[in-house]
Design a binder for this molecule. Structure first.
Ligand SMILES: Nc1nc2c(c(=O)[nH]1)N[C@H]1C(S)=C(S)[C@@H](COP(=O)(O)OP(=O)(O)OC[C@H]3O[C@@H](n4cnc5c(N)ncnc54)[C@H](O)[C@@H]3O)O[C@H]1N2
Ligand code: MOO
Length: 420
């Protein structure tokens, strides 16, 4: 049976999880999450006509034809600070001292910045040196937002700017979905925890920290990092203990066909239902996505390079969907810096560093690729996508590069099993 294509597998995998119930949390706790409900403006911004400058509120018509030699001389009748209200309306021949953000007195229709005016020593009069049109240096009520305007749709990522807008509406909380609870389970008898002595035939266990950090980058609350021996009983115990405690269980290792690759078998024996089992993807071919009770399970290959790609393509979308969103990464077209041969029938995702020089497409320098290698993950801006249907690529061939840090998010349909 041919392996499932990457795009089909990604669609099917999403059925393993549904968005969590929304919760209301304080604005700072909402930082980095995604809005579960749309937000409309509950007030206009600004809330009233106010001054854009420190200076003088005047009637614009009284500045007509004035200059330094022939200033307008106005009587000072009020001082208005931000947060205070004017004590009276402005009559002809009058000016009010005003400060940035303070409400404009009725009768006034322009502001003169204080650099363009001079108050008399006795503080009774001000001379205005410039001619201004009505509305000058006034921020109009509702000029940025009028009450009732839709500000954000569900799925909006809550970054610093969004939080600022919510606070400016007087909000103290936002409706978001909780971070998915995650456990990561690594298996492999060759693995030794960092900090312990390791012989050359042993391998330092590095996937737990790698996957935990990737999960956090996808918004997860990583609660458990565990290791189990390559032994069916040990795996069964670990999975049965961890799965009920989390929304997503991510395993690494033991995913392939070797004698000690028990992961999928144990999951199936525990009653897991597989949505995806093996994908036409390299690295990451043995990846699987299953559902065990209420828990989504992502089985990553043990090879760190393969675990990284498989996490990115399968665990990350699941974690994001649990938070209510689907992610689309921006793709750019780039020229390959060197020829490549690959296996036909598999989509290759290879870390690419982009070099922009002059005009046209950037150059994509592909990292040396090996599923077991780990350094390839470190430097690069995105995945160069070498499509399944092609085996040979020449230097200069155009490929798509999916950027790691340029994403758009839309709300996922909250119905479980809805197509992505
Ligand atoms: N006959 C076949 N052999 C293999 C196939 C195949 O189709 N037929 N698939 C290959 C592919 S593709 C991959 S990817 C690997 C994945 O194998 P496993 O998931 O079973 O991974 P392991 O055998 O457990 O480990 C592979 C490799 O990675 C190292 N490793 C594992 N876990 C960790 C960890 N937590 N930290 C650091 N390094 C880890 C492990 O020592 C091995 O070197 O299978 C191919 N084989
Ligand atoms: O997924 Mo394996 O070779 O693709 O590492």
């Amino acid at each position: 049976m041919p392996l499932t294509s990457l795009s089909t597998a990604r669609q099917v995998a999403l059925d393993a999880i549904a968005p969590a119930e929304a919760e209301r949390v304080s604005l700072l706790d909402a930082h980095g999450r995604f809005l579960a409900a749309g937000v409309s403006a509950t007030r206009s911004l600004p809330g009233c006509d106010n001054s854009a400058m420190d200076g003088w509120a005047v009637r614009a018509e009284e500045t007509r034809g004035v200059n330094r030699d022939r200033p307008a001389r106005l009587r000072i009748v009020d001082t208005v600070y931000a947060g205070a209200l004017p004590s009276r309306s402005l009559q002809p021949g009058e000016a009010a001292r005003i400060f940035t953000g303070a409400p404009i007195p009725s009768g006034a229709d322009a502001v003169i910045r204080q650099e363009a005016a001079r108050a008399s020593d006795d503080g009774l009069h001000v001379e205005v040196f410039i001619t201004v049109p009505p509305g000058h240096d006034i921020r109009r009520a509702g000029e940025e937002v009028t009450a009732g305007t839709a500000l954000f749709v569900p799925g909006q990522r809550v970054g610093a700017a969004v939080l600022g807008v919510l606070a400016s509406m007087g909000e103290t909380t936002a409706s978001v979905r909780p971070p998915p609870r995650v456990a990561v389970l690594a298996t492999g008898d060759e693995l030794v925890p960092p900090g312990m002595p390791a012989l050359p035939h042993q391998v330092y266990e590095s996937n737990l920290i790698l996957v935990a950090a990737l999960a956090r980058e996808a918004g997860a609350d990583v609660r458990h990092l565990d290791r189990a021996r390559d032994d069916e009983g040990a795996l069964r115990d670990a999975i049965s203990r961890l799965a009920p405690q989390v929304d997503v269980l991510i395993t690494t290792g033991g995913a392939s066909v070797g004698d000690k690759d028990h992961m999928k078998r144990v999951l199936a024996a525990l009653g897991a239902r597989f949505h995806v089992d093996g994908v036409a993807l390299k690295p990451g071919k043995p990846v699987a996505v299953a559902r065990l009770g209420d828990t989504a399970v992502v089985v990553l290959p043990g090879n760190p390079g393969a675990a990284t790609v498989a996490f990115d393509q399968f665990a990350r979308p699941l974690l994001l969907k649990r938070q209510g969103v689907l992610e689309t990464r921006r793709r750019v077209r780039a020229r390959l810096s060197e020829a490549r041969h690959k296996q036909a029938g598999l989509t290759y995702l290879i870390t690419a560093a982009l070099e922009y020089s002059g005009t046209g497409e950037p150059l994509a320098r592909l990292r040396p690729q090996g599923a077991g290698q780990i350094l390839q993950n470190v430097h690069g801006e995105g995945w160069a996508i070498l499509p399944a249907g092609q085996a040979d690529f020449a230097e200069g061939d155009i490929v798509d590069v999916e950027l790691f840090h340029d994403s758009a998010y839309v709300a996922a349909d909250s119905a479980p099993g809805a197509p992505a």
